[in-house]
Design a protein around this ligand. Structure first.
Ligand SMILES: C[S@@+](CC[C@H](N)C(=O)[O-])C[C@H]1O[C@@H](n2cnc3c(N)ncnc32)[C@H](O)[C@@H]1O
Length: 224
């Protein structure tokens, strides 16, 4: 695969490529092609897997890989357009010979509308780019239109877990989901949003936030 084919998404404001890739990352991209999702294989993929977890913006892949290793009966779909971390994740998938992960190395918005309705058991969105400035809020992934797209693809009673350490984004998330009446916020007490849920692993951005003395929150919403 040509590396430049990662870099052609007009509405994406994040980074597609950082530092020059190391030799091992270049090799992982070459060898890890078998993990990449092709649109033509989507129907078969959804037909042959009953329990599918989607992680949007998997970064270095810490949560994706640990979860997949723990639950070999589930299929994990990871989407992330940033080539440097995607290469790192492919490297780990190859190293551990993981069989239950499929990678979309691009903006999730380019593929999610091809997912069948009621097909995803859980969505994880861990520490999405906060775009904290008001003038950049349109760049946040969680927009009303995006919630309209994900709602039907989540199974009934399926969940979306969103983590962030940015106060502006915390308020934004709660406002969006409270307005969208078809999800129920599962928190019953403060510890339900102040502590990482048991089915999530520590990621690089959670680690960073704790180093910087920020307080991450995890919001879990269930489809009614
Ligand atoms: C702040 S990082 C967090 C990475 C990881 N989840 C963590 O907690 O360490 C946000 C990630 O989301 C990815 N991302 C941003 N917009 C995205 C989109 N539209 N679709 C998929 N991934 C996206 C970025 O490339 C980046 O890797």
């Amino acid at each position: 695969m040509k590396i430049n084919s990662f870099i052609d998404c007009p509405n994406f404001f994040g980074r597609r490529k950082g530092r020059r890739l190391s030799k091992s990352s270049e090799l992982a991209i070459k060898e890890g092609k078998k993990y990449l999702i092709k649109k033509k294989d989507l129907t078969k993929m959804f037909e042959s897997n009953n329990n599918i977890i989607l992680e949007i913006g998997f970064g270095d892949g810490d949560n994706l890989i640990n979860s997949a290793r723990l639950n070999s009966n589930f299929l994990y779909i990871g989407a992330d357009p940033f080539i440097n971390t995607t290469a790192k994740c492919l490297n780990k998938l190859l190293l551990h010979n993981i069989q239950n992960v499929a990678i979309w190395p691009d903006d999730i918005r380019k593929i999610i509308s091809y997912f069948p309705y009621n097909s995803i058991s859980e969505i994880k969105l861990l520490f999405p780019d906060p775009w904290p400035k008001k003038k950049h809020q349109k760049r946040r992934l969680l927009q009303d239109e995006f919630i309209d797209i994900i709602y039907p693809i989540i199974k009934p009673k399926g969940t979306i877990t969103i983590a962030t350490d940015h106060d502006v984004l915390k308020k934004w998330i709660l406002k969006k989901f409270q307005k969208y009446k078809k999800f129920e916020w599962l928190a019953e007490s403060a510890k339900d949003w102040q502590l990482r849920p048991q089915d999530c692993f520590e990621t690089k951005y959670e680690f960073k936030s704790i180093l910087c003395n920020r307080k991450p929150s995890w919001f879990v919403f269930k489809k009614k």
